[in-house]
Design a protein around this ligand. Structure first.
Ligand code: F0G
Length: 458
């Protein structure tokens, strides 16, 4: 059969309510035109993020009841540690309450002012955590990864030449580690090939620079390697993930993505000194090292979720949802990032709203239009999230203006996707009627979460 069906049945439902277009315009006005400031009850189709928004399986709900809430050395911790070790093969395992806590403690313990941290593309929280300790985060994505029309299979790859140049320019002593993000969320959820991970590791080894993986979507990346990279068809996703982790010295992880959990994260490393420093910082800020800011029940749930994310049928279904939406948009000539990402479809706002310059945030215009027209909450990954305003008030744009429609895991069905297509089509037809925005209030870091916008007259 050609039809790929959801590899699950729905046992519990959560109601969603549609509010009128006039009410949506009113709600967005009250939220200062920033969808992060909207109440979720007014977002019937919530594609803001795939982070922590997934549905748990029966196995996970059952595991929740087994949570051992002992402060130290709980059985839930033992299961969690064993699962993480079985996938990563890495010696020291530390739970954290989510991904950015792992990043923040890594930055605090290993990074100093003046350091440089290369990555294929930093996600916003990694970037901000490195900046917050006075380091410079650098994005060294290949040129292909920056071209929305390029259909290369591994557009998340690190540019090896740029990495070499970076090491030559700054010197290994200023680079405490290099990161690699799988999949590359910032650049359209695009995967990184095994070959690229291996080559990056080989290059770094020559300079004694450790490699740290931002492993949030490691299972989706493993699926892409299985489908697209020569020599991996016969392997399980677990074996592929194990190989990916075999090339890194440490990893940060948000279990809210491929942990199929509503909360959680971890940090893993081989080095005993790194582990000792991390442990001490963890105890001070997150909790004792056998729970690290999580409840025992969370550790149970994520231990099950991590393995479920590596089930091949699940990844086939997940990828099919991305492809379903993507193909229908491409067929209508709507500009998107190609090929489809692992966790989302990314609209190319620069071309979608080509009458709006980057300084007036075409991505925000598109995000707000999708909400006003159809109650879809999406997120801008463009000049608001990755650009910045300098001390002279000049805006520095991001190389890409994307709008991400992130898919919560196991949540929306095909009719929801058909509805999305209808809304996007409507916005596409009326695109010239939407204007740009200006920022009237913003914090110094991570401005997209809380800044206030105002509509510019079109
Ligand atoms: N790294 C990447 C690549 C991410 O996508 C995220 C989170 C994090 C780190 C931080 O993890 O949220 O658990 O603290 N991304 C979410 C998103 C928020 O919407 O893409 P966290």
């Amino acid at each position: 059969m050609k039809t790929i069906i959801e590899p699950f049945r729905i046992k519990m439902t959560e109601p969603i309510h549609m509010i009128s277009r006039a009410e949506r315009i009113q709600k967005l006005q009250e939220a200062h035109q920033n969808v992060f400031l909207l109440d979720a009850e007014y977002c019937p189709i919530d594609l803001l993020t795939d982070s922590g928004t997934g549905a748990m399986s029966t196995q996970q709900w059952a595991a929740l009841m087994l949570g051992d809430e002992s402060y130290a050395g709980s059985t839930s911790w033992k299961k969690f540690e064993a699962t993480v070790k079985s996938i990563t093969g890495i010696k020291h395992v530390f739970p954290t309450h989510q991904g950015r806590a792992a990043e923040s403690l890594l930055a605090l313990t290993r990074v100093k002012e003046g350091d440089v941290i290369p990555n294929n593309s930093h996600f916003d929280t990694t970037r901000a955590n490195m900046l917050s300790v006075g380091a410079t985060p650098l994005d060294l994505l290949t040129q292909r990864g920056l071209d929305p029309d390029d259909e290369s299979p591994f557009k998340g790859n690190m540019d090896i030449e740029k990495l070499k140049q970076c090491i030559n320019t700054y010197g290994a002593s200023r680079i405490p580690f290099c990161m690699i993000t799988v999949t590359n969320n910032t650049g359209g959820g695009q995967p990184v090939s095994m070959h690229n991970i291996k080559t990056v590791k080989q290059l770094l080894e020559g300079y004694g620079i450790p490699l740290v993986m931002d492993a949030c979507r490691f299972a989706e990346n493993a699926y892409f390697i299985h489908e697209r990279e020569k020599g991996y068809r016969g392997k399980t996703l677990l074996a592929i993930a194990q190989e990916m982790f075999s090339y890194v010295d440490a990893a940060t992880m948000s279990l809210k993505k491929d942990g199929l959990s509503n909360i959680g994260g971890f940090f893993v490393c081989h080095d005993d000194l790194w582990a000792e420093d991390f442990k001490n910082a963890l105890i001070l800020r997150e909790g004792f090292p056998t729970y690290g800011g999580l409840a025992g029940r969370d550790l149970e749930v994520t231990a099950v979720g991590l393995m479920e994310a590596l089930v091949y049928e699940y990844q086939v279904y997940r990828h099919a949802t991305v492809e379903y939406l993507l193909k229908k948009l491409v067929a209508r000539g709507i500009p998107v990032m190609k090929p489809g990402g692992g966790h989302a479809v990314f609209l190319d706002a620069a071309r979608f709203m080509d009458h709006i310059p980057p300084s007036q945030y075409p991505g925000i215009s598109l995000v707000n239009a999708l909400y006003e027209e159809g109650g879809i909450r999406s997120v801008e990954l463009g000049s608001v999230m990755f650009g910045h305003r300098d001390e002279h008030g000049v805006e520095h744009p991001s190389p890409l203006e994307l709008v991400r429609l992130a898919f919560p895991r196991r949540v929306y069905t095909q009719s929801h996707f058909d509805y999305m297509i209808e809304v996007i089509k409507e916005v596409w037809q009326k695109r010239k009627s939407y204007g740009g925005y200006t920022i009237v209030k913003q914090p110094p870091l991570l401005r997209h979460f809380s800044c206030h916008f105002e509509k510019l007259s079109s």
